[in-house]
Design a protein around this ligand. Structure first.
Ligand code: CIR
Length: 252
């Protein structure tokens, strides 16, 4: 059985980091309810959910994906690019140490898990406002000996690489081509987001189901036309904090 590590929504989520969105009110009870429905969805798809507590001093800690990269062989604890998020990694490292040997990104490297797209043994890493070339270099030297390739990918207009591209099927990527050049990913089949839904490229592929935000009906129709099986969740409240569906879990 897979384990999905999640983290409860912090009561201070309203003070989250924001880069591309204007700050708007976030209703805490709604965010908690939607997050619980997301966790229930992961359970329906065969995961055992292990929820870590939230911390009032860590507004963004629900976005647990950014704190680690979990592979079969090791877990790499990141060093988040936003200084306000650096304290989030300790509790995640402690939880992951039960399952994997740990490796760490060290200063001056920075790396957010949301920037890492794993396609088999190839890791694509967004060179973003959060992940720097030194962080990518360290990731490469940690994982090269395990047979992984690590390639930096330029981005423009979005927070993380996985805001712009995610895997939605065995050989299919969902891409916003305005934010990342799809040619980088070579021979993968591609489906583009509807141009009216720029934030629609973040999907979580789990056991052949695609966990997907209910807000992007046009892009959802494109995915369904390809025969993909969608499991739609209302993720609108945490979307105001620039979070998507990949970022609220670490799947082991
Ligand atoms: C941040 O700016 O760090 C948070 N407000 C949102 C992080 C979302 N993480 C992700 O998509 N992997």
């Amino acid at each position: 059985m897979k384990i999905a590590l999640t983290r409860r929504v912090s009561p201070s989520i309203i003070d989250c980091e924001l880069t591309h969105l204007e700050r708007q009110p976030i209703d805490y009870p709604t965010a908690v309810r939607q997050h619980a429905a997301y966790e229930a969805c992961l359970e329906d798809l065969g995961c055992q959910v292990q929820q870590l507590p939230s911390d009032p001093g860590m507004p963004d800690s629900v976005f647990i994906e950014d704190t680690a990269l979990v592979l079969d062989e090791v877990a790499v604890i990141t060093r988040p690019g936003a200084e306000s998020r650096r304290g989030e990694t300790a509790a995640v490292a402690e939880a992951l140490s039960a399952y994997r040997p740990l490796r760490f990104i060290e200063p001056p490297g920075t790396l957010d898990g949301g920037d890492i797209l794993r396609l088999g043994k190839n890791l694509y890493v967004g060179v973003s406002g959060r992940s720097n070339t030194e962080g990518i270099r360290q990731l490469s030297s940690l994982l090269g000996p395990l047979g992984y390739t690590v390639q930096g990918v330029p981005l423009s207009g979005c927070l993380h690489l996985k805001s712009a591209v995610t895997q939605v099927g065995g050989d299919i990527l969902l891409v916003n081509p305005r934010w990342v050049d799809p040619a980088v990913f070579g021979a993968w089949r591609r489906v583009e987001v509807d141009p009216q839904e720029p934030y629609a490229a973040n999907a979580l592929l789990l056991s052949e189901a695609v966990v997907y935000p209910a807000a992007y009906a046009r892009t959802a129709a494109r995915l369904e036309q390809l025969g993909l099986s969608l499991y739609q969740v209302d993720a609108s409240e945490l979307a105001k904090a620039e979070g998507g569906v990949t970022c609220c879990s670490l799947i082991l």
